[in-house]
Design a protein around this ligand. Sequence first.
Ligand code: PLP
Length: 373
Amino acid sequence: MTLPFFPEDLFDADRDVLLDIVERVGCAPEQKFILGERTAEFEAAIRDSVGAADAIACGSGTSALTLVLRAMDVGVGDEVIVPAFGCAPLASAPALLGATPVFADVDPRTMVVDTAAVARLITPRTKVIMPAHMFSVMADMPALRRIATSAGVRLLEDSAVAQGGSLAGTPAGMWGDAGVYSFVQVKTFGMPGEGGMVVTGDLDLGATVRMLRNHGQDGENRFLYHQVGYNSRFDEIMAAFQLHRLPTFPERLARRARIGEYYTGRFGDLAGCGVEPPPATRDGRCYYVYSLLVERREELRDHLATRGIGSHVYYRDALPRQPAFTSYVRPDGAWPGADLAARRSLAIPIYPQLTDQQVEHIADAVCEFAKEL
Ligand SMILES: *Cc1c(COP(=O)(O)O)cnc(C)c1O
């Protein structure tokens, strides 16, 4: 592939900075490798970047979701409403706490959770609604906020792919009682390691997450444990690296948005040819991944591959179709939107390192395919 789906030079530009940080942290007399000053500084920077009351760095996005659910007191007998299309932790985080993930169908066009489906699935056992932003589209958070408030349940906003996005002036992550970001390398603010962050306006919830991430240990009294906790701590080297990269994050996001908008402009008239771009709207967008809906997906994939362009199928199966989660599925469950998304979605490269010429080449190849039909 001349244009791989995942860039091969993710962190090359910051190589010297990273090596220098490794040396500084590694050789520092205090020998503090986790949850030190740099992590605290990184938490404060993220907290302030979105106007949260607290931000808690965790070992991964997945464990951030788990800690928030635990802090929301989710356990056996509880239901957590999650999208039927998305990544595994949406279902496994509640399941591993003994709760039941309840799958709500998604909108077949935007692939984010269908709010009417969420509203229909509320029961007296529902404890949390956990929507996720998907690919380049944020979930309908105003509607989900209303549904959660009127049902008296909590809202956990999986913003693993949407850090830096905003909807109606509110940053992704700040619509929920808590929001979660992921820094796994492929995410928009990814890093060469594992990590995640919880942001919240609820100081009590934040304090509980902070305690749970370090074995349920008291913040002041070492070796005093208030709850059965987890090890979900954050690495000092990664904290320093992310602090270095935070000021240029908006530029990289803006570059992604420009590429996404260019694609959408080029693909606007392809819907009649079996290739549908995401919506052309500007608010509530995040441009983590640019996913087309394609009737003859495997053919487009081959067409792109012969032109040296990598593509990626995110989620070949809806979550309730996965062997891991079938035991949580209700006999009358149906997710036509999720099944359609699983059959049609195809992601094309959108990373900021792409040159204008490469982006044009990718767009040309997609248009050529659609117009041949
Ligand atoms: C990446 C992702 C996660 C998990 O984050 P990790 O840091 O990989 O554990 C959770 N939810 C969504 C929607 C994601 O895209």
